[in-house]
Design a protein around this ligand. Structure first.
Ligand code: HEC
Length: 422
């Protein structure tokens, strides 16, 4: 008995040291984890405040890295993973988190054999865009050290209708562009908002001339492009203007400017299935008015439907401003089944993005989409733009509120059920 015990212990020791198990050293494991999951933002010119590209960068912050990865704070991902799975999800596996912990416990061993240079920037494919659009002028970012929200109008001058299969936002000033939302307009009546601040009353012109698509795409650092499923495309009408809503992080340095770019990739017209978006907004709530009184925490409920046809949902984009706190959306089928869309328990205005489902979500005809959002207009909310709190209602400026859920979908086709979104 004892001999078997010792033997199996020796075998275990052997396989641990010489078997298939990859040791938790820098070159064997940690570098790869950081390259894939952290370097898209933590690199020179990236959106994060420091680089994590060399052994020294990483080893000197090891404890901090161990802490933020274990707590789930980094890489940033706001949506509840147990509620729904997404194609563009960021996150570490339990095994990867564990490897980082082991590495730190063992005093950050390098391992013996450096691998070939692992350049994450090279992972970005160099496909050629069909149309490259730059902001008309370079924008000078103010030095007053506060968040700056601006709108820019970028005409496409397309003389025919196109279908987009991929959109890519490329910030020029990677340090200061924090997030960006793309909209489309065909009225051409809002061209004078180019460069306008989101706090300028003139921005309410959008209420008179609403964008044709308020949510073409939400970009955050590290999520450079969104691609619609193979064989599908989002319609872009001819003479569309793109409207870029860009959030610049607080800045105090002189001579900071930005002239960001949007790359558009079109489909082959004959093969596309159209991607539609369904936007449910605050004017749809069942407990109006959309007013969050000072010192109040308030939840609004919205229901949309019944949906007249079978659809395949491919993604969602939730949108609120500063005092948004939590967000939950799902569809309920005529049989009473729930299809989870998105749940964010700790909303952060700085991390707004387009969430693409890992697999198509079949929503049968006559389903209803339900969504609820909670706003915290108390002094306990560190994001509250007013101190003391003031009544807040709907508006385009960031200190007002919005409550939107955009569902990107296709008309259902046979074979869509649980189709992997690729
Ligand atoms: C999508 C972009 C992005 C990715 C991916 C990302 N980070 Fe970050 N990280 C940021 C930004 C932006 C900040 C600064 C703002 C903040 O703290 O939210 C930051 C801050 C940090 C901080 C400092 C936190 C603090 O409280 O000051 C650490 C440590 C960190 N990141 C480690 C990592 C590690 C390790 C990974 C990979 C496992 C990672 N990050 C992935 C964007 C990113």
């Amino acid at each position: 008995m004892r001999i078997t015990c010792i033997l199996s212990f020796l075998i275990l020791l052997y396989t641990t040291c010489y078997g298939q198990v990859v040791p938790d050293t820098y070159y064997d494991k940690i570098e790869g984890i950081i390259a894939t999951n952290c370097m898209p933002c933590h690199r020179p010119g990236g959106s994060a405040p420091f680089s994590l590209t060399t052994y020294d960068d990483i080893a000197k912050r090891a404890d901090f890295i161990g802490y933020v990865t274990k707590s789930g704070y980094m890489p940033p991902w706001r949506a509840d993973r147990s509620f729904q799975e997404y194609k563009n999800e960021r996150g570490l596996t339990a095994d990867e988190i564990n490897s980082i912990q082991n590495w730190i416990k063992n005093k950050m061993p390098k391992g013996s054999k450096p691998r070939k240079k692992n350049d994450p920037i090279a992972l970005v494919e160099n496909e050629k865009p069909d149309l490259i659009l730059k902001m008309k002028d370079s924008y000078s970012i103010p030095t007053d050290g506060v968040d700056d929200y601006r709108f820019f109008n970028v005409p496409t001058n397309l003389n025919e209708e196109k279908y987009l299969r991929k959109i890519e936002f490329v910030p020029e000033n990677k340090k200061l562009v924090h997030h960006s939302r793309l909209m489309t307009d065909t009225s051409h009546m809002v061209r004078d908002i180019n460069g306008m601040s989101a706090n300028d009353p003139g921005i309410n012109k959008f209420e008179k001339y609403p964008p044709i698509d308020k949510f073409l795409y939400g970009w955050v650092p590290g999520n450079s492009a969104i691609e619609f499923p193979k064989g599908t495309g989002k319609r872009l009408f001819k003479e569309t203007d793109l409207i870029l809503n860009i959030h610049y992080a607080p800045n105090s340095k002189k001579n900071q400017s930005d002239q960001s770019q949007v790359n558009l990739y079109f489909t082959d017209k004959k093969t596309e299935r159209e991607v539609y978006s369904l936007a449910i907004a605050e004017d749809n709530i069942s407990n109006p008015p959309f007013l969050i009184k000072a010192n109040e925490v308030k939840t609004f409920y919205s229901s949309f439907g019944p949906i007249p046809i079978d659809i395949s949902a491919i993604g969602v984009l939730p949108h609120m401003h500063y005092i948004g706190k939590s967000f939950r959306a799902f569809a309920v089928t005529p049989d009473g089944d729930a299809i989870n869309l998105i749940k964010i328990d700790d909303w952060d205005f700085r991390w707004q993005e387009t969430y693409l489902f890992k697999t198509f979500q079949f929503i049968p005809k006559n389903s209803v989409i339900l969504f609820e959002a909670t706003f915290d207009n108390t002094i306990d909310n560190p994001e509250n733009p007013n101190s003391p709190p003031k009544d807040i209602t709907y508006g385009w400026n960031t200190t007002s509120e919005m409550m939107d859920l955009v569902v990107y979908y296709l008309v259902y086709q046979e074979g869509d059920k649980n189709r992997v979104n690729e």
